[in-house]
Design a protein around this ligand. Structure first.
Ligand SMILES: Nc1ncnc2c1ncn2[C@@H]1O[C@H](COP(=O)(O)OP(=O)(O)O)[C@@H](O)[C@H]1O
Ligand SMILES: [Mg+2]
Length: 262
């Protein structure tokens, strides 16, 4: 029996009158990849925001490594071993690439953390620099170390954002649309990297590129209008009538339905 690292039960969240998540339960097993898919506005990012304390859930339970605990506050994530990448990139322009990676180890994730960790001596803990260099190496970004975010292409910045999430050696990695805006070669490289990473951690991933999701995910969960409509192996889920209906019903998701795969 594989162990569960994250179990969310009956999670609900709303913004004013809008229900973004309704009674959603999701489980992530250790060293597995769970793909979270669903049309735009389905609640995928909100689910990440609930796990990472950016959105307060209305109800639900949060169990991590077998312990039920309150949903984490953002500053508790590093100690728990949970990190995420943002939808988009979100690097700090004023920091170098290596500093942007190091900041992933900061509980408060603020640029002025750099002043704190570099301190008066201007030195940062050697172990942390080494971990940041290793994280950049994993993502194939060693050549960017001394560059600024403005020197990088979009795919290169996404690699750096991923390195920032890896710098703490997370137990659980949340990736929000990591393949968005990437070309096929970059997507293939990312898929290979994710397969390696899951030997070290568990991964919950939101992604629209369904071929990519199918390739990397052990299981997928499908959200639609804030509700979990299916979960299981990709090939089972894609045949589920509710899933087909959800994708066909969203004409604004240009071609997503056709990408559900043959
Ligand atoms: N900060 C927010 N304030 C108000 N409404 C929000 C906020 N974030 C998300 N929503 C709403 O919650 C729903 C789910 O959004 P989101 O989680 O971003 O969906 P997805 O990531 O699946 O595209 C949408 O109706 C969206 O408009
Ligand atoms: Mg989103």
């Amino acid at each position: 029996m594989s162990e569960t690292i994250l179990s969310l039960k009956n999670l609900s969240a709303s913004f004013g009158g809008i229900t973004a998540l309704s009674d959603v339960s999701i489980e992530v097993k250790k060293n597995s990849v769970v793909g979270l898919i669903g049309p735009n506005g389905a609640g995928k990012t909100t689910l990440f925001n609930c796990i990472s304390g950016l959105v307060k859930s209305d109800s639900g339970t949060f169990e991590f490594e077998g312990k039920v605990r309150p949903f984490p506050k953002p500053h508790e994530l590093v100690d728990l071993g949970i990190t995420r990448t943002l939808q988009g990139v979100g690097l700090f322009k004023e920091l170098s690439v290596i500093q942007n990676v190091i900041i992933g180890a900061d509980k408060n994730y603020k640029p002025n953390f750099m002043k704190e960790i570099f301190g008066l001596s201007g030195k940062v803990e050697a172990g942390l620099v080494q971990r940041a260099e290793e994280a950049l190496a994993w993502v194939g970004g060693s050549a960017f170390i001394d560059k600024k975010p403005s020197d990088l292409s979009y795919p290169e910045s996404k690699r750096v954002a991923l390195a920032r999430a890896l710098v703490i050696n997370p137990k659980l990695l949340l990736l929000d649309e990591p393949a968005a805006g990437l070309g096929q070669d970059e997507i293939d490289a990312l898929a290979a990297l994710i397969k390696q990473l899951k030997r070290r951690c568990s991964i919950l991933i939101v992604e629209h590129h369904v071929d990519f999701v199918r390739e990397i995910s052990d299981e997928v969960s499908v959200l639609n209008f804030g509700k979990l409509i299916a979960s299981g192996h990709y090939d089972e889920v894609k045949r589920n009538p509710a899933v087909i209906e959800a994708y066909l019903g969203h004409s604004d998701n240009s071609g997503e339905n056709s990408k559900l795969g043959a």
